[in-house]
Design a protein around this ligand. Sequence first.
Ligand SMILES: Nc1ncnc2c1ncn2[C@@H]1O[C@H](COP(=O)(O)OP(=O)(O)OP(=O)(O)O)[C@@H](O)[C@H]1O
Ligand SMILES: [Mg+2]
Length: 293
Amino acid sequence: MCMPSGPGARVRGKPMIRIDQLIKTYGSVKALDGVDLHVPAGQLFAYLGPNGAGKTTTIRILTGLTKLGGGRASLNGHDIEKDALAAKRQCGLVPQYINLDSELTVYENLDIHGRLFDMKPAVREAGINEMLTYVELRDRSDSLVKQLSGGMKRRVMVARALMHSPRILFLDEPTVGLDANIRRRIWALIKKIQQDGTTIFLTTHYIEEAEFLADRVAFLDNGRIVAVDAPLKLMAGLGKWAIDWLTDNGMQTSYFPSREAARESAAVRENGFTLRRVNLEDAFLSLTGKKVH
Ligand SMILES: Nc1ncnc2c1ncn2[C@@H]1O[C@H](COP(=O)(O)OP(=O)(O)OP(=O)(O)O)[C@@H](O)[C@H]1O
Ligand SMILES: [Mg+2]
């Protein structure tokens, strides 16, 4: 794997991912409506937004799977249009939907990827074994993909995405549908990949996943960025504790600076309530009036 700058590196000079005024339309749908983002090397960046916000569209454009409609973008200084091949080599992708060949073995799936990236046979074999060890699946090398669990398939997709030593890893909902234990195992893997120097661009609907993993978060809504900052900064100003309660008009939420203040307020309510810590979902809700998932 490549080891560029360490984790937490900040922008000096060119950002690792640069997106300027990105636009994409599908018929009358404006999937992306002028997105600007700069992600520095080594950062773990979470890209959050409700269904249909434009997250996958952004990733598909950056990884060369879909053409942009306007604006420009570059990966590690390589323009995704003018320098498409070099830009593609900078990144690995774990797509939103499992797209492994289920009738082939784990090894064969990775081997095909290595061939697509023109890796020589000996380099390819070493890369496959290294990556399967990395994601702790070396012993499943000869298993058919259809015999693997969902969590194992996600880890094979991570191994495949890392085989050509990309500087940037795009993870589009990498833990969707996985149980809490496996999700945490994948979080540890994602942290390890970042610590080894890879810049990570992650989408997720699991708020706690973004809070745990991300150095910086962007909120996307209707193809537009509504906020970009560190998770704690996005949540600052709302208070630290929240209570939720049900009314005839749906769920209501109030925010408080302390647990005691929240409990006092909850005590005077007749209906049931939930007392909890403020999270990124609240930050998104306060900015857009809607939930992130
Ligand atoms: N191939 C396509 N053809 C037509 N419309 C599309 C296509 N791909 C995406 N869209 C539309 O673009 C918008 C953004 O979709 P996108 O898949 O990027 O959202 P998302 O943020 O990834 O959502 P989710 O959280 O559900 O994965 C949606 O309105 C979607 O219907
Ligand atoms: Mg998506």
